[in-house]
Design a protein. Sequence first.
Length: 378
Amino acid sequence: MNVLQKVLTLPTETRTGLGAAREMLNVCAPFGGRGMLVCGQSLQQSGKLDVMRGAVTDDIDVRVWAHPGGEPTLEQLETLRSAARAYAPDWIAAVGGGSVIDIAKAGAGLLYAPQQAQAYHDGASIPPSSVPFVVAPTTAGTGSEATIVSVLTNSDTGVKKSIRHPSFMARLVLLDPDLLDGCPDAVVAASGMDALTQAIESYCSAGASWITDRLALKATALIHGSLEAVFSGDAAKRGDLLTGSYLAGIALSNARLGIVHGLAHPLGARFHVPHGLACAVCLPRALAFNRDAIPEKYAKLSETVGMDIQDYAQAMLTRLRLQSPFAGESLEDKEALIAETLASGSTKANPREVTGDDVEMLLQRLFAPSHAAPENCT
Ligand SMILES: [Fe+2]
C-alpha cells in the first residue's frame, strides 16, 4: 500500500441508540421498494426478525436470505448472489454478526459483477457496485459494519482472505445496543477481543493517519471501559462496546491492520476457531514482537488502558476465560501458512517488517505446549 496517501472512507449515514434497528426496513425505503435482508438463524429464533418484518409498511417488499452459519465461503456467496439476482433487490441489508455482514456486503458489492466470486478472491479487479448496503451488527464486534472489507474462505483451497472495494461501504449503519441482547458469553469475549485487536493494530499500523489514530485510541478506550462489564452481563455498557467496535472498524478500513490479522486468517481457516479467539491469543505475542518499533504508540496505548498494553492483552485472556486453541497442537503445513501470512495485506501494514523467520518464531511460541506469558521477543 502507498502509506503516503491517506484516504478516509466512511459509511454515508450512521444512526445510533436503543431501538434504532426496529424500523430498519422502513428506513431503507429511500433506496427503493424491494429489499433483501440477510440474517443468521439466531435473529429468526429470537423473534427479532418477526418484529422487524412486522413493522414494514405495505409499499416495501422484503425477501429474507438466511445465512447457513459458519464463516462465509465463496460457495455460500454464489448462492446468495444467485438468489439476489433472481429477485433484483433495490438494496441489501444485513442484520447479524461478522459472518452475516461480510457475506451480505460481498453479495451487494458483487451483485452484478461479471465474474465468479473466486476470481475476485484470487485478485481480479472488482468493478464498483451501486447496490446500497445497509447493516445493523448483532455483535460487538468485527467492526465489519464500518469497513470496505469482506473476509471470505475458499472451501476448496482453505484460503481465507479479504476482498475490498470502496463501493462496499455501507450507505446506512444502525448501531442498536438492543441487538446485542442474547449474545452468548463466548461470542461477547471473542468478538470483543477482535474489536480490541483491531483498535490496537490499526493504531499501530504503517498505514495509520492522524485521524485513524484518534478513532483507534477512542475505540481502545471504549472497549477497555466496557468489554469486561458486558461479558459480566452489564447491558448498560453495550452501547460503548458497540461504538468502540464501530470506530475500530473505520480505523482498520482506512489504516489496515498488522501481523495478528496476518496470522489469524490462515490459522482460523486451518483450525476452525472463531476469528476473535485467534486474534486474542496472537495479540500478546504480536505486541511483544512490535514493542520496540513504535515505543511512543505503546506508551499511549498503555496510558489508555492504565497498564502496560502487552500485559493488558495477556490479562484479558484470563479475565474473559479465553484459552489458546493452538497451544500443544501440531502444524502440518507450516511453510504454506508462513507464505499466506507474509502475503497478507495486514502483515504488510505491520509497523515492524515481518520476515519468514519472524513468522516461524511467532508460530513456535503460539504452538508451544504451555501458553506462558510472552517474552519481550526482539
Ligand atoms: Fe478481526
